[in-house]
Design a protein around this ligand. Structure first.
Ligand code: UDP
Length: 490
């Protein structure tokens, strides 16, 4: 029997933990708020689907939407294994997905057109595509299919804005860098004058080579990205007003709907559900919540570098010494595969083992939103991924930032210099600095950071509350999808 939902949205994230989290939240919001008139096809890779099926509650969570929700999966060109693809493989995966999406006879193309394989569809043709902003090829695909495209770039608006300003930086001679001074101010990124230094730009900008491949590639983003018919960002207007006003000049149909994980609470699962729903690609260790229950209020530093960043064995030992010597309690996520250069000198000094037994807990993956919301958590040593940053703001937890790549260098600068809700450890990783910063964040300076964070946390809550900017922008997005108010791609 033909499914009679008039509107059919395809959601197509980059197959990584952060984008998948955000896009599943968006799928759920669309399904639950659109009064049964919109159906959603969620496309990801075989590897991500296999892990989602095993480790998350996605099946149960979306079962209530019946045939209106469909999870479809495609190969990523790296083979059938379901190990998680690393940061260095995302370029290859994207290139492969591009060849498939641009091939009119491919499986992926069939899904982007009908939400399932040719001839197997019981659905109406796709009427809107929401794709990751990293998928440059989707502008051409949407144009060919004559379907409106909405880009959802799940990195921070600050990071994205620096990407979009790369051609301008090149034109004005700020890129590639001349000279070695990473503390020199960057002046050609509108809205970030006065606080952005070279070292705060995404790490691929650290080049003296005018033909750097990454710079050439990112320069294309400024051309294709604004060509979509709409743009979604996971932020809220009060958090980044000056920046967003510049972005609106380039992309006028902008929907700021963040913090998404909080908006979903406000709109779909109000308070009733005790545990946040999970989109995890790793098995969550929930026993750490019982350990947290036994710790005093705001006494524990939570440590995690997210789903993609890695650290060397040497950096691990610096972190470990700093943590133990700070005398703070800590809950430390060591994701499988996140420590490189293992195998030699794996011995751990006795003082670290003892310090960890007394005050620490090591885990491989946790339900992070729940951990951050726990009363025992007083600080977050983070890699400054955008989801982690927003989750920390919503939970009111100040941060120590150790950024690695993409938007993280920009985010950590914003956390420390613009919002004043944490410390930026950028480009250093030594035990003395780590210990000192932990003592500041958890001790001496706690009140200073807490006061500023409290202000941001309240603004975030206001944005997702009834009548708030993100609350209203989501309604507008759903209306625009439902009544197809987008211009046709040209
Ligand atoms: N996360 C989690 N459990 C962990 C560590 C991380 O659920 O043990 C989640 C976290 O809540 C966030 C996502 O993984 O939603 C990481 O996204 P982020 O943008 O912070 O960083 P990325 O992993 O993309 O670098």
């Amino acid at each position: 029997m033909e499914n009679d939902h008039r509107t059919h949205v395809v959601i197509f994230p980059l197959p990584l933990q952060g984008p998948i989290n955000c896009m599943l939240s968006l799928a759920e919001l669309i399904l639950s708020l659109s009064q049964a008139t919109i159906s959603v096809t969620f496309i990801t890779t075989d590897a991500a689907t296999s892990r989602l099926t095993r480790h998350s509650d996605v099946g149960a969570r979306f079962a209530k939407y019946g045939p209106r929700f469909s999870l479809q999966s495609v190969p990523d060109g790296l083979g059938p294994d379901d190990y998680l693809r690393g940061a260095d493989q995302i370029g290859d995966v994207t290139d492969y997905l591009a060849t498939q999406a641009l091939d009119a006879g491919s499986r992926l193309r069939a899904m982007l057109t009908h939400g399932s394989l040719w001839g197997q569809s019981d659905r109406r043709p796709v009427t809107c595509i929401i794709a990751d902003g990293f998928f440059w090829f989707m502008v051409d695909v949407a144009k060919e299919l004559r379907v409106p495209l909405v880009y959802f770039d799940t990195i921070s608006p600050g990071g994205l804005w620096t990407f979009l300003c790369v051609p301008r930086m090149v034109q004005l001679g700020e890129l590639p860098f001349r000279g070695n001074d990473l503390d020199a101010q960057v002046t050609s990124v509108p809205g970030m004058e006065g606080y952005l230094r070279r070292r705060d730009l995404p790490s691929f900008c650290r080049t003296y080579d005018p033909n750097n491949q990454f710079i050439l590639h990112i320069s294309k983003e400024a051309v294709y990205y604004p060509r979509a018919q709409g743009h979604i960002l996971n932020t809220f207007d009060d958090l980044e007003a000056p920046l967003l006003s510049h972005m609106r000049d380039l992309c006028p149909n902008l929907y700021t709907i963040g913090p998404l994980h909080s908006l979903i609470r406000a709109k779909v699962e109000p308070i009733a559900s005790k545990n946040a729903s999970s989109s995890s690609l790793w098995e969550e260790d929930r026993s750490c919540l019982a350990w947290l229950d036994a710790q005093p209020s705001k006494s524990v530093l939570y440590v995690s570098i997210g789903s993609l960043a890695v650290m060397t064995r040497h950096q691990l030992m610096e972190f470990w010494h700093g943590l133990v010597h700070s005398k703070s309690q800590f809950l430390w996520v060591r994701r499988p595969g996140s420590i490189i250069e293992t195998g030699h000198d794996d011995e751990v000094p006795m003082e670290l083992e003892e310090g960890t037994r007394e005050r620490g807990r090591l885990v491989s993956w946790v339900p992070q939103e729940e951990v951050l919301a726990h009363q025992a958590i007083g600080g977050f040593l983070t890699h400054s991924g955008w989801n982690s940053t927003l989750e920390s703001i919503v939970a009111g937890v100040p941060m120590i930032c150790w950024p690695c790549f993409v938007d993280q260098q920009v985010n950590s600068r914003t956390v420390s210099e613009v919002w004043g809700v944490g410390l930026d450890m950028k480009d250093t990783c030594d035990r003395v600095t780590i210990e000192k910063m932990i003592r500041e964040l958890m001790g001496d300076q706690r009140e200073r950071f807490a006061a500023k964070m409290d202000n941001l946390t309240k603004l975030a809550a206001k944005a997702v509350d009834k009548g708030g900017t993100s609350y209203c922008n989501l309604d507008r997005l759903i209306d625009d999808i439902q009544f197809n108010r987008f211009p046709m791609p040209s």
